[in-house]
Design a protein around this ligand. Structure first.
Ligand code: DGL
Length: 269
């Protein structure tokens, strides 16, 4: 069991914000990453559709004999609980619990912003869990679908005019609410965290859902004694369409020399 890889999935490059941290936090682990780029964006879909996608993504990873699955996707985490995954045979980590815990810890003024996809914001996942932890917390949220496309297409430079303009528009009501903490509830967003931080100002703490999920995955490995005890020998990236566009953003984001190459996969394989 210990030798088996960890499976990480998202609709595209967003889950890399989690995989990147997991590669560092668990340096011996093999990872299989799935970006369901053919059906991206996830965040404009209904719960029913998202449940079907999540089940197919999990099956794909389970057929590759993973020992743990990380839903590195705010949209899936918000709309598809582990109980809605059929034949789930391994531990399942999502982004909500660890992200919310980190946000509560970071906030002093108890005003917390949440940005994510429309399906994430509509679900109320982060806001409800925050209030369950502390009823005095006030939240403000905004669904930001355009940011997913901009990130996925590589509009990620700190000075990028279009991405800066779109972010300013989406963040205006959140800034006006006076938050001291902002949850990046979509795993695509940490890829443009420099832009978001510049707009929000240095006094606002950004909470990265992908990073928090990676920390949680490592805690689960420790708790269940599932840590691999040999050096890593493989990291595999699969996408369901356009591997070349994934490679481009992945390599900018993971850093020069990462040489991530995605293999085109059929989700039913
Ligand atoms: N990165 C995903 C999320 O965290 C999905 C974005 C999308 O495909 O809409 O929600």
């Amino acid at each position: 069991m210990k030798d088996r890889p960890i499976g990480v999935f998202d609709s595209g490059v967003g889950g890399l914000t989690c995989a990147k941290e997991l590669l560092k936090l668990a340096p011996d682990e093999n990872i299989i990453y799935l970006g369901d780029t053919a059906r991206m964006p996830y965040g404009v879909n209904t719960k029913e559709t998202l449940t079907r996608y999540a089940n197919e993504d999990v099956s794909f990873l389970q057929r590759r004999d993973v020992k743990l699955i990380v839903a590195a996707c705010g949209t899936i985490s918000s709309n598809v609980p582990a109980a809605a995954i059929k034949d789930l045979k391994v531990p399942f980590v999502d982004v909500i619990g660890p992200t919310v815990a980190a946000a509560v810890k970071a906030s002093k003024n108890k005003r917390i912003g949440i940005i994510g996809t429309p399906a994430t914001i509509k679900s109320g996942s982060f806001a409800n869990r925050l209030k369950a932890l502390d009823k005095d917390i006030q939240t403000v949220s905004n669904g930001c679908p355009q940011l997913v496309t901009l990130v996925q297409e590589g509009y990620i430079d700190e000075g990028n005019f279009i991405t800066n303009s779109v972010c300013r528009e989406y963040l205006a009501p959140i800034k006006a609410f006076g938050v001291d903490t902002l949850i990046l509830g979509c795993t695509h967003f940490p890829i443009i965290s420099a832009i978001i931080q510049n707009i929000m100002g240095d006094d606002v703490t950004l909470i990265d859902a992908g990073y928090e999920a990676a920390l949680e995955a490592k805690r689960v490995l420790d708790r269940l004694n599932l840590n691999r005890d040999k050096p890593r020998d493989t990291v595999q990236y699969y996408v369901t369409s356009r591997p070349e566009s994934f490679d481009e953003v992945a390599n900018i984001f993971l850093g020069a020399g990462s040489d991530a190459r995605a293999v085109l996969a059929d989700i039913k394989d």
